[in-house]
Design a protein. Structure first.
Length: 223
């Protein structure tokens, strides 16, 4: 039986990149495109703050088209859901049957995604869900995945964590209670290389800023 046609929800971070790797490696789905929400006021990935230039470089590196869903700022939940509903309707109309997510263990997030996709013709797929995140983090690094922390919560991590590489050294320094994959919102990453990348994405670091209670590090692609 052939793998189902799918689109991958792409945050620009390590988890979605690893989900793509697992789908391809294990034949779980034939990922045909990446789906990302973008803050149209700041030209950055919603939540992570990653520049859209880096987002597009990632899509090129993994060889997939990018579906960008622009969001206003500020954006109400109702507006977010309306725009995502239009996007998923178009995806389903193209013949795609599955939407892949890189979620790890948050049951409420999974339930929300499942509820929003009911009746759309799209089946959610969670290839990483239920993983031991300490083990998963090591597995990701072992594949050659390279990522940099672009956002962190200063209440849980020093603000200087924003901009650091997400690597074995950082994992060893994480305070007790901080998830090694940042699944509780402690930090977000931007992936720069991995087993599905044709080549690493060269970048330089811009400034670090505090905004809306989070520390953001600006990762600027050189491509």
């Amino acid at each position: 039986m052939s793998a189902p046609r799918a689109v991958l929800s792409w945050s620009s971070g390590k988890d979605c990149a690893h989900a793509l790797h697992v789908c391809r490696r294990d034949g779980l789905a034939r990922v045909e495109a990446l789906l990302t929400t973008v803050n149209e006021a700041f030209d950055r990935v919603a939540m992570h703050g990653t520049r859209t230039a880096l987002l597009r470089a990632q899509a090129a590196a993994v060889g997939l088209p990018l579906i960008e869903v622009p969001l206003p700022w500020p954006c109400s939940n109702a507006e977010y859901e309306a725009r995502m509903a239009r996007a998923t309707e178009q995806i389903a109309a193209s013949g795609v049957t599955h939407l892949v997510f890189g979620d790890l263990f948050l049951e409420d997030v999974r339930a929300y995604r499942e509820a929003r996709l009911q009746g759309t013709g799209l089946t959610p797929l969670f290839p990483l869900f239920g993983s031991d995140t300490a083990v998963l983090a090591r597995q990701m690094l072992d594949t050659g995945l390279t990522a940099r922390i672009v956002c962190c919560d200063p209440a849980k991590l020093p603000e200087q964590t924003a901009g650091r590489m997400w690597d074995a050294a950082l994992l060893a320094e994480l305070p007790p209670g901080v998830d090694p994959c940042g699944e509780n919102g402690e930090f977000h990453t931007a992936v720069l290389d991995g087993p599905e990348f044709a080549a690493p994405i060269p970048c330089r670091m811009g400034e670090r800023v505090l905004r809306d209670g989070f520390a953001y590090a600006d990762v600027i692609p050189l491509t």
